[in-house]
Write a protein that binds this ligand. Structure first.
Ligand SMILES: C[S@@+](CC[C@H](N)C(=O)[O-])C[C@H]1O[C@@H](n2cnc3c(N)ncnc32)[C@H](O)[C@@H]1O
Length: 274
């Protein structure tokens, strides 16, 4: 699908506050399964505000965060500075412009909830050529379907169904992104990779955080960080939507604290032969 620069218009400042973290086991599993030893470079494609880039940079000599959205990159740069992480280079560009925008070689190339935005098969083939022998491609997402939901810490769960109903009330029932309606993805990433030189990837499920606690503003930011409910889509009704979400959340939790379980972290790992 052609890139639309308004996909995440207004979302960048909400992203870090609003998105739940991936599994705490991510670094150790990637290190072990991809034989990371501190050498080489990481390329994080569709890095957004650097969620994976910042978490994984210390496992490499250098990391590159690639994203077409300048506001997302600015948030990533700011977070890296705040955390005194100095080995990340930020590059504005599309996955489809690889390798030109971020030439290899790389030890690992990651996509955190971003592969679906790209011309998947062609991009995977380009990545294959950019990896060092033995290097790895890792596709990282939250997966709740089919995973065992933990019991939680006894706090109210985020009322996702009701908030989604509010989004529909304001934006209509077809899922939007940028200037378009987004078709539901019906294929699996593993089937795409199986058709490339990578072949069938390994699949890992790493336990999500079982007792993640979020406040109302974080929940609202989570929705505003999604392309399907990005701030620009609401136009001059954004404040009304925010007020409705806040009222709903206040009704569900007097102190505005919620339990969130985004699912386990699913990693598809594909290696280039050594
Ligand atoms: C859901 S965010 C993922 C951010 C981060 N990787 C994470 O794990 O949370 C998707 C990101 O993909 C970026 N993106 C969209 N189309 C892209 C493309 N064709 N090439 C590279 N990145 C793209 C968006 O700008 C956005 O920042």
């Amino acid at each position: 699908m052609p890139y639309d620069p308004t996909n995440y218009l207004g979302s960048a400042t909400h992203y870090r506050r609003g998105r739940p973290a991936y599994s705490p086991e991510l670094e150790s599993v990637l290190s072990q399964e991809a034989d990371l030893d501190g050498n080489g470079r990481l390329l994080d494609v569709g890095c957004g505000p650097g969620i994976l880039t910042l978490r994984l940079a210390h496992l490499f000599e250098q990391a590159v965060g690639l994203d077409p959205d300048a506001d997302m990159l600015a948030e990533g740069r700011r977070a890296a500075e705040e955390n005194s992480i100095r080995n990340i280079r930020w590059v504005q560009g599309l996955a489809e412009e690889l390798p030109a925008v971020a030439p290899g070689p790389f030890r690992m190339v990651t996509f955190g909830q971003s592969f679906q935005w790209t011309d998947e098969r062609a991009v995977a083939e380009a990545v294959y050529d950019m990896l060092t022998p033995g290097g790895a491609l890792a596709l990282v997402v939250h997966t709740a379907a089919g995973r065992t939901r933990p019991t939680g810490p006894g706090l109210p769960a985020i009322p996702h169904e009701e908030i989604t109903a509010l989004v529909r009330k304001y934006l209509g029932s077809t899922r939007r992104a940028g200037q378009r309606v987004v078709p539901q993805r019906t294929h699996r990433f593993e089937d795409v990779l199986a058709q490339t030189r990578f072949g069938v990837p390994q699949q890992f499920f790493l336990p999500g955080i079982p007792d993640l606690i979020r406040d109302s503003e974080s929940v609202l930011s989570g929705y505003l960080s999604l392309s399907s409910s990005a701030p620009h889509l609401f136009g001059d009704r954004l404040d009304d939507f925010a007020a409705d979400v806040r009222a709903l959340l206040a009704n569900r939790s007097a102190d505005g604290i919620f339990w969130d379980w985004p699912g386990d972290t699913e990693v598809l790992l594909a290696r280039k032969p050594d």
